[in-house]
Design a protein around this ligand. Sequence first.
Ligand code: SF4
Ligand code: SF4
Length: 331
Amino acid sequence: MGLTRREFIKLCMSSAAGASLLTMLGPELEETLALAADGKPPVLWIQGASCTGCSISLLNSVEPGIAKVILDVISLRYHPNIMAGAGHLCAEVLEETATKYKDQFLLVVEGGIPTKDKGIYCIIAEKDGKELTMLQAVSTLGNAAAAVIAAGQCASFGGIPGAAPNPTGVVGVNKVVTKKPVINISLCPMHPDHFLGTVIYILMYGQIPELDKFGRPKMFYPEPIHDDCWRRQYFDVGKFAQYAGDEGCLALLGCKGFVAMADCNKRGWNNNVNWCVRAGAPCMACSEPTFPDESAPFYGLYPLTNKAGVAYPPVVPQKVEFVTPLEKKAL
Ligand code: SF4
Ligand code: SF4
């Protein structure tokens, strides 16, 4: 293995400058894949309260493509959307893998975990007439795994299913799994590079990457988006968009880039074709544990102080009428 951990992290961070993760990791990744071919780590992927968007996000991965990931990088034993089988035979795979590969397999959790009324609001399988709740599955499998990857905002912090008033008591994985490391890949949906970079790091170094205080890999959540935003020059000269589609910083339209720790500003989405703020949509800070309740309203002026009483955005707010360019034209 040619890359030191420091070099790996540097390459992952520089892959945010437009080149794909695979291109940046290049021959070293190929070498890792070859080494891993013999003893691919079994991966179980289970889904709870979610929209399946994080699976779709991973399927959209361009480099490395999803076929390469599934065929060469990992041994995916269970995934509700892409496995061919169904029913109790698949449910048995969960149990078998957890027993045979105790403390070796990776558990990927997509979606939040309903905990109210013993988790009865989310049943993910049935065996011998007995229902398996998401709560039981995450608790049993998570504590038997080598590590757990919470794929996306819902699995990390509860996300949209856990929004107030949260009738089913949805929580993130680390409220249920207490004995094993939990890695939060928290965007909504998760970024495929963040997931794959984390898995490849674990494969290469046999340990989890350094995490921040919210359990996210530091290499992918380095600083607030606002610090190096594509529209930052407008913010610095005080030019603010008044309407969706206007030129200018999106602070007065509700942008939360001040608090969003993520690298969307550099990595982009869909193979860096675009990303929220560049496309004209205010950042909703979907990277944060405070999403979605404290990010609301997503559009338009948002509360002028946070919970600590600190004012943001640090500009004099104006009354902004939220009108789209089309509506503006019709006026
Ligand atoms: S407020 Fe939002 S749009 Fe404006 S510079 Fe900061 S992150 Fe960019
Ligand atoms: S720019 Fe903001 S809202 Fe968009 S994906 Fe990144 S953190 Fe989430």
